[in-house]
Design a protein around this ligand. Sequence first.
Ligand code: ATP
Ligand code: MG
Ligand code: MG
Length: 565
Amino acid sequence: EGVEAGNFVEDIVLTDLKTKKYQGRVRTRFPPEPNGFLHIGHVKSICLNFGIAEKFGGSCNLRFDDTNPESEKQVYIDNIKEDVRWLGFEWDGSERYASDYFQQLYRWGEAFIDRGLAYVDELSAEDISEYRGSVTRPGKNSPFRDRPAEESLELFRQMRAGGMAQGSAVLRAKIDMSHPNVIMRDPIMYRILPDTPHPRTGNEWPIYPSYDWAHGLSDAIEGVTHSVCTLEFNMHNELYNWFNEKVLSLDDDSLPLCRPPDALPRQHEFARLEMTNIVVSKRKLKRLVEGEYVDGWDDPRMPTISGMRRRGYPPAALRKLCELIGVTKVPTSVIELSLLENCVRDALQETVAAKALCVLRPLPVTITNWSGEDELLEVPGDEARQMHFGKEILLDAEDFQEDPEPNFKRLAPGRKVKLRYSYVITCDEVIRGSDGDIKELRCSYDPESLGKRPPKKVAVIHWAHATQSAPVTVRMYDNLFSDARPEEAGDFLDALSGDSCKELTSARCEPSISAMWKKHQEESEDPIFRVQFERCGFFALDRKATEATSRMVFNCTVTPRSDFA
Ligand code: ATP
Ligand code: MG
Ligand code: MG
């Protein structure tokens, strides 16, 4: 009551609730195949499935679609669970596995043979595909199609017992080889895969169910009401229903939740998420990992959930993105990566309180008219932050131009800038090394300028003390792919940009950063320590790298909206 549908799937859910199609129940599922890490595309599916359950008082299952042991691993299962939880969702009960139903599915396979709904085919894979025909060419029957049910049953049992070689036979549904929908032309239900251990069932099963056979039935067994998937499965919808209806007609009480007046689950297809400058396919992401183009699945440049987490993206930003892009029934345009970055920036702006000054690319400055001891400066409103000021300080090299461009407003010879929380300085002299590079600036400070607003047109910049500052490593990231559509130019690996991670190893941060991190470890639940380096952007401490190098390593999460105003 009072709940409105936010997209076409929710429209359907709402209608089904009103008509009591599922007796008021709503159950969705998120069904990843554990063959890699989840990516930003999966986030859309997770938000949709868990979102519907939350909104309509239903529940959502996490079900691993583990029917291809060749590429599935326990480590992927573990990471997927962590990722879903990190996004802020909890599945109903324990996680489920398609493999939990292998025995049940097998029994239904036998029953199908018995009812003349399936047969063992011994055509080769090539012949099966040739016989299937195409959209424009009807298929033709396999010579094994009309073999007696007893013979098929005998062979199917041999397949199950491990007595048949890989590729020597398959179990197929007997539907119609001239069906206008090619998917319906006697689809494969089982294939033989004897020598590949499964992450959960080990060597128990030498045969594995196909996606089509396993998926809809797993939904039905779990009492799923709305099974949402991406548009590529459009043509499979008819088969999804066919398998479920035929199993229901077996009148075997293993489908208790679907007895009338309850109804079978239905599949609804939505447009997949695609984004510029990245690839969203586990298979392709795996190539990046295996080819060592990136530092693992959780490399901060990866569009994986674990990569985005390590980069410092907050889960709220990912959920917000999904809310903004919505869910549609027709293919949508490719989403600009900048939309995601805006969501990240907005979320961090609201939540990250820790601030520090950090000079990323230090340029030494001597304050020529400073004499005597360093002075300890306070940051107004934040007594935890104190900074030493003295004769030797550092500026960011990007805040100085010797021949300033027309719209450059920061330091240049003869010009003034205000150092944040400190003094106004004037650049009097540029010192070059023997190689001709700028080595140092000689500046003078205005003792009267402390704690005052800077004069008009004087920019405020960040700085650090040359020695009373913390050496840190900062990683700045660029898009992994310089090309907006890396997959369109042929091999996507050719579109990798050469220099998407810059490690700045001489960065210096205000010394209070160590205390901030300590405080975070003691007081915060969030495993990720985030800080805003004023004027540089938001950064997240990389624990892996920090532990390995024993100095703080920060990943740049996102830079300010307009770079260095
Ligand atoms: P990939 O090709 O990356 O492996 P997949 O669809 O094969 O993707 P699954 O693990 O089977 O990966 O996906 C689990 C769920 O996530 C499915 O329901 C799938 O439709 C959905 N999903 C996958 N990629 C996207 C995407 N780009 N946008 C929206 N949903 C997606
Ligand atoms: Mg899949
Ligand atoms: Mg896949």
